[in-house]
Design a protein around this ligand. Sequence first.
Ligand code: NDP
Length: 447
Amino acid sequence: MKQTIEAFLELVKERNGHEPEFLQAVEEVAETVIPYIVKNDIYYGKNILLRMVEPERLISFRVSWVDDDGEIQVNRGYRVQMNSAIGPYKGGLRFHPTVNASILKFLAFEQVFKNSLTTLPMGGGKGGSDFDPKGKSDNEIMRFCHAFMSELFRYIGPNTDVPAGDIGVGTREIGFLFGKYKKLRNEFTGVLTGKGMSWGGSLIRPEATGYGTVYFAQKMLETKNDIIKGKDVIISGSGNVAQYAAEKVIQLGGKVLTLSDSSGYIYDADGINEEKLAYVMEIKNVKRGRISEYLEKYKNAQYVKGKTPWEIKCDVALPCATQNELHEEDANVLLDNGCICVSEGANMPSTKEAIAAFHKAKILFAPGKASNAGGVATSGLEMTQNSLRFKWSREEVDNKLKDIMSDIHKSCLEYGKDDDGYVDYVRGANIAGFVKVADAMLAQGVV
Ligand code: NDP
């Protein structure tokens, strides 16, 4: 088996040798899915995984725009259309200076499995740009988004490819992108999700990824007859996912001790309550400031510059910032400090070695493709509402989100239970996600 996996990875490496994040994501899937393929004749010998690691289409384009000083700026835009076997391509857009083909291919690949897990009919894609929104004026953001969409619009559509937000792309950016698409196509359709509430957005979509990550943690804890209430929780990031993960933990009676950004983390031993979280939202969403500004109002908290929060003692850890932000050393510190549950809000925040440490210690560990799938699931619900020209209430969407997270958890149990009862959620999520896409690909023939 080891040889089969190695031979496959060698082939993928030959073709994508310069794409470390993509190879990392493929390796994690191959190690769990290839043994399943080998045991199941219907999938064996059909090169299904080899087809899945090759994007159906990778589009790269120039984005030129004019900044506030009248200077012409040039960025690179991308859309990776990874797999459309079970529905239109679906996945976010990321605006961050680190964006490149490797990062977007890893995200698009993960998205295929994640979207399949949601049980909704969505294929996988991802896109974005190396544009850095930090420090840009609203007008610059608008001009950039309009320039980006003036090329992207050719490749997307409500039945073809439906992008959403990700790092650096929130409601403001989705608004500018949607406005340009509507102008160019002269049609009002559900071509993007994460829209504002008065123009086609779904209630709960802004909250969905963070809430879903906590619902998933809650489901994992239930398998041990435990709950979030009373738990010390550390969270990384302070963006969309982190903010709403914190909100849900507070609502369920947990104590949120940390939040962070790429400059450092804050530690509030008294707990970040609703009032304090509202202040964080103001700093991050309105003032577009830094998490260190938390101390201007809450002086008892500490700010630790240049570090991640994993050194703070906790019961539950929710990595909600970015990929590869939690390393083996961090995992060992978390374990030494008694952490019993890690639910990933971000995509691939834990390195392979960190995951191995969690598995070895047999704690509850959920990979992002399962635990953060609530965001795209609610995007799927937004697409449904757009098609129906209808709007569900907050409670209806939240209940559907809870049900979807519960179903994803069940799928992980179905394929991830070891003989000793320990649940390997990585294997569970990978195989459950694979089966649905593979079945559709087989049914559709070699295309
Ligand atoms: P935001 O842009 O709203 O927030 C990102 C947060 O992560 C910020 O606090 C940011 O800090 C921090 N961050 C970004 N890059 C780094 C880095 N290199 N090192 C440390 N911190 C960093 O993004 P989201 O909250 O939407 O996304 C966070 C994660 O969740 C990503 O992995 C994304 O792919 C994933 N995700 C998001 C979904 C969504 O619905 N939005 C759905 C599913 C997954 P700073 O301000 O300093 O950059």
